[in-house]
Design a binder for this molecule. Structure first.
Ligand code: ADP
Length: 586
C-alpha cells in the first residue's frame, strides 16, 4: 500500500465533520490575532509607564492587555473542548471500521492474524491518529502564519535580538524535525502487537499451564517477552527523551539570551525596556510556533505509521458475497428456500479444497447429496477432512474445484449470510460470550424473555438456569467454569433453536462430553433435529447408527457410503473403525 493513499483514506474518514473544521479554523484565527496583539499592547504600555505618561489612554492599554490575555484563555479552552469531542467521534468512526473489517474478513485469516493484532489496531493505532487530526493540521497552518508574522515584527523591532531568536529556533526545530524516531515508533508498535497476541494466546491456555505445572516456565517466558518489549520501548523512549531534552534546552535558552543581549543594547542606548518585554513575548510566540511545527512532525510520523497499519488491515479482502446488514434479506430467502421440499437441499459435485491453494487437497473430489428432513452423517478418522466439509458448507471456505449446490443453485449464487442463515451450527468448542444468557441466546435478535425461556426448555437448559438468581439475565462470565460442558452445550443448542434454521450441522457436537452429560445433550439434539435436515460430523460412530446415510471419509475422499447396517455388512473402513471403538469402550 502506498503511503499517500493510506493517509488519504484515513484523512477522508477524519474529515467528514466539516462543522468542526470550520470551528477549529475560526478559533485558531481569533487566537492568532489575540496572540499578535498582546506584545504590541505590552510594549506600548510598558514604555508609557517608564516615561511616566499618566493618562487614560495608558490605563486603557493595560486593561486591554488583560482583556486580550483572558479572552485568549477562554477561546483556547473552548477549542480544546471541541477538539476532545471531535477526536472522540472521529476515532470512534475509525474503530467502527476496523471492527467491521475484523468480523468481515474470512475467519481463517482473522485466526492467522490473531486477536491481539486486531485489538492493537482498534485500541492503540486508532488512538495514535492525533497527528492527522484537523486540529493539528490547522494548528500547523496557523503556526506557520504566526511564526512568519512574528519574525517580521521582531526583525522590524530589533534586528540583533531577532537574529538570536532565529538561531535558537533553527536549532530547536532541527532537533524536532530531523531526529530519527519513526522507525523506532514502528518497531515498538509491531513488537507490542506480537506481545499482545502472545499474551492473549497464553492466557487462553491457562488450563494447560496449570495441568502441566508450567507456571514457572510461563512466568519466565513472559519475563523474557516483556523484557524484549521494554527494550524496544526503551530504545524509543531514550531517543525521545534526548530529543525532548535537547529541544527544551534550546527553547528555554532564548529568554536569558534576549535579556542578556537586550541588556547590553539598552546600555548602548539601542533598545528600550518595552521592546525587551515585547520581545520576550514575541520570542515565546515564535518559539511556540516553532514548537507546534516541530512537535507536529514526530506526531505526524507516528500517526502515519498507525494509519498505514490501519489501512493495510482495512484493505484486506472481506468474505466474498457478504453484505454487512443482511438480516431482512436472509430471513426472506430462508423462508422461500424452505418451501422446496422434495428436491435435494445440498449437493457436493466433485468438490476439492486446499487450504494452501496448492495441490495438497484436504478434500478430494467429494460428491454427495442431502435431501430434506434426512439425517446424514460424515465420519472418518481425524484429519480426514470432515470439518473442512462443514467449513465449505458454511462458506467459511470456497471450493478449489467443483461446485456445491444449495437448493439446486450454486452456493456462490447466494449471499454468504443467506447460506449461514440456513444452518444451525453446533460445534465441539461451544463458544459462549461473557454476556447474559439472554444475550447469548438472542445474539442480536429481538426476542422476548418468554421466547428465550421456551428455547432453553426445548434444549433442556431451563432447569439449571432457573436455579440461578438472575435466571436468563445471569452473565455467563459469572458462572464461568462452574458450568459443565453439557450445560454450556445445551445453551448453545438453545441459541440454535432461537435461530430456527432448517438444517442442523453438528461438528463433533458431543465428542468432548462425558456419557451422562452426553445423554441430556443428545436429548436436546434429538429435540432440535425434529423436522429438520441434519448433518452430523463425528468420529464417534455409535452416535450415528440411525442416520439415513453415512459417508465415510478417508484422507479427504469419500471411501464408503450407506446405512449403518450396509456398512457393517460390507466390512470396510467403517466396520473396522466401529469394531475398534466398541472394543475400546468395553
Ligand atoms: P477432520 O475434521 O476430519 O479432523 P479437518 O477437516 O480438520 O479434518 O482437516 C483436514 C486436513 O486439512 C488436515 O490435514 C488438516 O491438517 C488440514 N487443515 C485443517 N485446517 C487447516 C487450516 N486452517 N490450514 C491448513 N490446513 C488445515
Amino acid at each position: 500500500m502506498r503511503k499517500n493513499s493510506a493517509i488519504n483514506e484515513i484523512l477522508k474518514m477524519l474529515y467528514e465533520k466539516k462543522g468542526y473544521i470550520i470551528s477549529f479554523f475560526c478559533t485558531s484565527f481569533i487566537i492568532l490575532v489575540l496572540n499578535l496583539m498582546e506584545p504590541l499592547l505590552a510594549r506600548r504600555f510598558i514604555n508609557n509607564i517608564i516615561i511616566t505618561v499618566r493618562n487614560k489612554y495608558t490605563i486603557l492599554l493595560g486593561l486591554l492587555w488583560i482583556l486580550v490575555f483572558s479572552l485568549r484563555t477562554v477561546i483556547e479552552y473552548v477549542k480544546k473542548r471541541t477538539y476532545t469531542i471531535f477526536r472522540g467521534q472521529t476515532i470512534k468512526c475509525i474503530q467502527k471500521e476496523i471492527f467491521k473489517k475484523s468480523i468481515l474478513i474470512p475467519s481463517r485469516k482473522a485466526e492467522e492474524l490473531g486477536t491481539g493484532y486486531i485489538v492493537s489496531r482498534i485500541n492503540d493505532d486508532a488512538d495514535s491518529l492525533d497527528g492527522l487530526m484537523c486540529d493539528n493540521l490547522i494548528g500547523l497552518f496557523f503556526a506557520i502564519i504566526q511564526g512568519t508574522w512574528v519574525l517580521l515584527l521582531m526583525v522590524k523591532m530589533n534586528f540583533i535580538l531577532a537574529l538570536c531568536s532565529i538561531v535558537i529556533a533553527i536549532g530547536y526545530v532541527s532537533v524536532q524535525f530531523f531526529y530519527p524516531l519513526k522507525k523506532l515508533y514502528k518497531n515498538f508498535a509491531e513488537a507490542r502487537s506480537v506481545f499482545n497476541n502472545d499474551l492473549y494466546n497464553t492466557l487462553q491456555g491457562l488450563r494447560v499451564i496449570k495441568t502441566h505445572n508450567s507456571e514457572t516456565f510461563e512466568q519466565g517466558r513472559f519475563e523474557s517477552n516483556i523484557s524484549e518489549l521494554i527494550s524496544f520501548k526503551n530504545k524509543r523512549e531514550f531517543a525521545d527523551i534526548f530529543r525532548r531534552t535537547a529541544s527544551s534546552y534550546l527553547y528555554t535558552l532564548g529568554t536569558p539570551l534576549i535579556y542578556f543581549t537586550g541588556g547590553i543594547l539598552i546600555l548602548k542606548g539601542q533598545c528600550t525596556v518595552g521592546v525587551i518585554v515585547a520581545f520576550i513575548m514575541l520570542y515565546n510566540l515564535f518559539a511556540s510556533s516553532c514548537m507546534t511545527i516541530g512537535t507536529f512532525f514526530p506526531q505526524y510520523n507516528t500517526s502515519v505509521g498507525a494509519a498505514e497499519r490501519i489501512q493495510e488491515f482495512l484493505n484486506r479482502d472481506g468474505e466474498k458475497d457478504t453484505v454487512f446488514d443482511p438480516v431482512s434479506n436472509s430471513e426472506g430467502d430462508k423462508n422461500r428456500i424452505g418451501k422446496e421440499e422434495t428436491s435435494p437441499i445440498i449437493s457436493f459435485d466433485h468438490v476439492s479444497f486446499s487450504y494452501a491453494n496448492d495441490s495438497q487437497y484436504s478434500v478430494k473430489d467429494v460428491s454427495f447429496t442431502v435431501y430434506p428432513n434426512k439425517h446424514i452423517a460424515i465420519v472418518g478418522p481425524s484429519g480426514s477432512g470432515k470439518s473442512t466439509i462443514a467449513n465449505l458448507l458454511l462458506r467459511l471456505e470456497e471450493p478449489s474445484l467443483g461446485i456445491i449446490y444449495l437448493y439446486g443453485k450454486p452456493i456462490t449464487d447466494y449471499e454468504v449470510h443467506t447460506v449461514r442463515s440456513l444452518f444451525g451450527y453446533i460445534q465441539q468448542e461451544n463458544y459462549l460470550f461473557s454476556r447474559t444468557v439472554y444475550e447469548n441466546i438472542a445474539q442480536g435478535k429481538n426476542l422476548s424473555s418468554e421466547e428465550v425461556k421456551r428455547v432453553l426448555k426445548e434444549a433442556y437448559a431451563d432447569s439449571f438456569i432457573a436455579e440461578w438468581q438472575l435466571g436468563i439475565n445471569t452473565p455467563i462470565s459469572e458462572k464461568g467454569k462452574s458450568m459443565s460442558g453439557g450445560e454450556r452445550q445445551r445453551i448453545c443448542i438453545a441459541r440454535e433453536f432461537a435461530k430456527n434454521a432448517p438444517i442442523i450441522l453438528m461438528d463433533e457436537a458431543t465428542s468432548s462430553l462425558d456419557p451422562l452429560a452426553d445423554a441430556v445433550v443428545l436429548k436436546a439434539i434429538e429435540s432440535i433435529s425434529k423436522n429438520r435436515t441434519v448433518i452430523t460430523i463425528t468420529h464417534k460412530l455409535s452416535s450415528i447408527k440411525n442416520a439415513d446415510i453415512i459417508y465415510v471419509l478417508n484422507e479427504g475422499r469419500i471411501v464408503e457410503a450407506g446405512t449403518f447396517d450396509s456398512l457393517m455388512e460390507s466390512k470396510g473402513l467403517y466396520f473396522t473403525m466401529y469394531t475398534y471403538q466398541e472394543n475400546r469402550a468395553k
